[in-house]
Design a protein around this ligand. Structure first.
Ligand code: NAP
Length: 245
């Protein structure tokens, strides 16, 4: 099996970092991307010192011009990309009645628009090679809705629609497009939640624990593998049973 190159956005911490480590451990050359270089460099160094191959590029999904620049740099360092993990995302929570238009637009631009622009960067070479894996990190709230997160939820539900449409467009080229929908995962994004909110969510999770970034990374690694070649347009829940859709 040829060595693959995987591009992971938001690879400096949390779920993205775990995905990068898992893909590197499975033999892929990984490109780590986010806005700030320092933590990416530390992760790349860790991967290299454990026998893997890793490169770092900086990009800001809120800045459309930085995206083609980052992909050009990645390709020059590591060759064409066969696996794209659209993981980076932000929240700007608030009740819709008070939400500023700018906060709605910004979250949609980063989480959904940014993912789309990254996909556009990798499609031509994947189509030429007739092999590709695109994995979009959605969220359980994109399936259920969540009060106080209209912008984030719209972006995550949008990623599911984007996944299914692209899966149909790209199937004839042997490019699979899937989404992973994590539930309640222990990362910096959830560490800011008040203890009573965490406790309330935990009560609703049949497996009675928060997920780990590694739980999500295992699903991503599988969808990126040769063995997952007959799965496309799927939303894989990694949520401890919180939502069984
Ligand atoms: P996190 O800890 O907040 O990490 C976010 C990553 O995205 C960081 O590497 C960050 O690095 C990068 N990032 C943020 N803004 C960016 C931008 N404008 N351009 C490029 N990179 C940017 O997030 P996480 O909890 O690991 O979540 C990862 C994914 O899983 C997200 O899509 C999230 O929506 C989804 N998810 C998480 C949970 C959960 O419970 N944690 C649940 C469901 C879904 P820089 O700051 O250096 O840019």
């Amino acid at each position: 099996m040829p060595q693959r190159t995987a591009f992971i956005t938001g690879a400096s911490r949390g779920i993205g970092r775990a995905c990068a480590l898992a893909l590197a451990a499975s033999g892929a050359r990984v490109i780590l991307a986010a806005r700030h270089a320092q933590k990416l460099d530390e992760t790349a160094e860790w991967i290299r010192s454990n026998g893997g191959q890793a490169e770092v590029v900086c990009l800001d999904l809120a800045d459309p011009e930085s995206i083609p620049r980052a992909f050009a740099e990645a390709v020059s360092k590591a060759g064409p990309i066969q696996i794209l993990v659209n993981n980076a995302a932000i929240t700007k929570d608030g009740l819709a009645v008070r939400m500023k238009r700018a906060d709605f637009d910004h979250v949609l631009q980063v989480n959904l628009g940014g993912a789309f622009l990254c996909i556009q960067q990798v499609l031509p070479s994947m189509m030429r090679e007739r092999w590709g894996r695109i994995i979009n990190i959605s969220s359980v709230v994109g399936q259920t809705g969540n009060a106080g997160q209209a912008n984030y939820v719209a972006s995550k539900a949008g990623l599911i629609g984007l996944t299914k449409s692209l899966a149909q467009e790209m199937a004839s080229r042997n490019v699979t497009v899937n989404a992973v929908a994590p539930g309640f995962i222990d990362t910096e994004m959830t560490q800011v939640l008040p203890a009573e909110v965490k406790e309330r969510i935990l009560q609703q999770i049949p497996l009675k624990r928060m997920g780990t970034p590694e739980d999500v990374a295992a699903a991503v690694k599988f969808l990126a593998s040769e063995e997952a070649g007959y799965i496309t347009g799927h939303v894989l829940n990694v949520n401890g049973g919180l939502f069984m859709g």
